[in-house]
Design a protein around this ligand. Structure first.
Ligand code: LMR
Length: 334
């Protein structure tokens, strides 16, 4: 009797530990954009690689399009552990208390992806990630989207065209200063609310790379799109530090490898995704595309470059200077 009870107990224990050992580690990965964007595709590719390489020991649940958390909710959810992984735009770290990331929002600071990568893959990118750790967050990778264009229901060619327009922005004080420098009235709003706000006239216009404009159908409610390329939009893929540090070392290594490959993939497709989206906007015939003349572009640059100096106290003068050094940007030569 005692023997049978003991062996049943041992069998139950063995079963429980096998079942426990087999239960996958679940990573919820929440983001706010459509599946069919650089970030959406990058997240899905990371899921595929991570699940394959860990042979199912890790399950990645991707929640796109603000279906799990929206802007303004997701950072806190990450810190609380309600979600394990996010990829917010670099313009959304101010409310967390890490304002330095807003340096990426400075108008015209990057002319190309190559210039940008000198910073994200250099000492500055690593130093910015270090600043997340006291917040209980680990930065894993920088993912590209692309260069932003301005949209509205009136043509935006000259700086004076912005006067009094209500322009939706992300929660970045540098973007607030950018819109004010143009004479517009900035309004912070969650990405999930932008389409409706444009449709109902709560705001007059916005800025985004073509991939976001098109996949959120903003082109259906914006008559004009100016190809201004006036600023960069990209992401930091971040995880809850306690969760990440608590993973078995072999799993963490496999996930780091999957993230490195998903990063390469995302950054390789980003430009084409945006080029294709712009083509689709053109084809739709819903939005008139405006290309600035070199003189008009200079006018925008002249109005906007002062935002760099204005933002020194927000993002750090030294950081701005080291980016100038890395990219060769010279505010005196516009
Ligand atoms: C926005 O809010 O405009 C963007 O940050 C959305 C995104 O994640 O690309």
């Amino acid at each position: 009797m005692g023997f049978w009870r003991l062996s049943a107990g041992i069998a139950a224990l063995a079963f429980a530990s096998v079942a426990f050992g087999q239960a996958p580690i679940v990573i919820k990965f929440s983001h706010v954009v459509a599946v069919n964007t650089p970030k959406g595709k990058g997240a899905d590719y990371f899921k595929k690689l991570a699940e394959e390489r860990t042979h199912g020991r890790v399950k990645i649940e991707v929640y796109p399009n603000s279906t799990l958390f929206k802007d303004g909710e997701e950072m806190e959810a990450l810190q609380l552990g309600s979600v394990q992984m996010l990829a917010p735009s670099l313009a959304k770290f101010g409310p967390l208390g890490v304002r330095d990331f807003e340096v990426f929002d400075l108008p015209f600071i990057f002319d190309s992806y190559d210039e940008l990568h000198k910073v994200t893959e250099g000492a500055e990118g690593a130093a910015l990630f270090k600043k997340l750790e006291p917040k209980g967050i680990v930065g894993l990778a920088y993912w590209d989207n692309g260069f932003k264009d301005m949209s509205a229901n009136k043509p935006l060619r000259h700086v004076a065209d912005f006067r009094g327009l209500k322009m939706r922005i992300q929660s970045s004080k540098v973007l607030d200063a950018q819109m004010r420098a143009l004479g517009a009235v900035p309004q912070v709003m969650a990405f999930s609310e932008v389409y409706q706000a444009l449709q109902t006239g709560v705001v007059d216009g916005t800025e985004n790379p073509p991939s976001n404009l098109y996949t959120q159908k903003m082109h259906e409610v914006q008559k004009y799109l100016t190809l201004s390329n006036h600023g960069y939009l990209g992401y930091a893929v971040i995880v809850n530090k306690k969760f990440w540090d608590g993973l078995p070392a072999d799993i963490r290594k496999q996930l780091e490898g999957a993230m490195a490959d998903a990063t390469r993939f995302t950054n390789e497709i980003a430009k084409k995704e945006n080029d294709d989206a712009l083509e689709a906007v053109k084809k739709s015939g819903r939005t008139e595309i405006i290309t600035l003349t070199p003189e008009e572009k200079r006018e925008w640059k002249k109005a906007l470059v002062k935002v760099h100096q204005e933002s020194e106290s927000r993002v750090g003068k030294d950081l701005i200077q080291s980016i100038y050094k890395a990219t060769g940007f010279d505010p005196g030569k516009l």
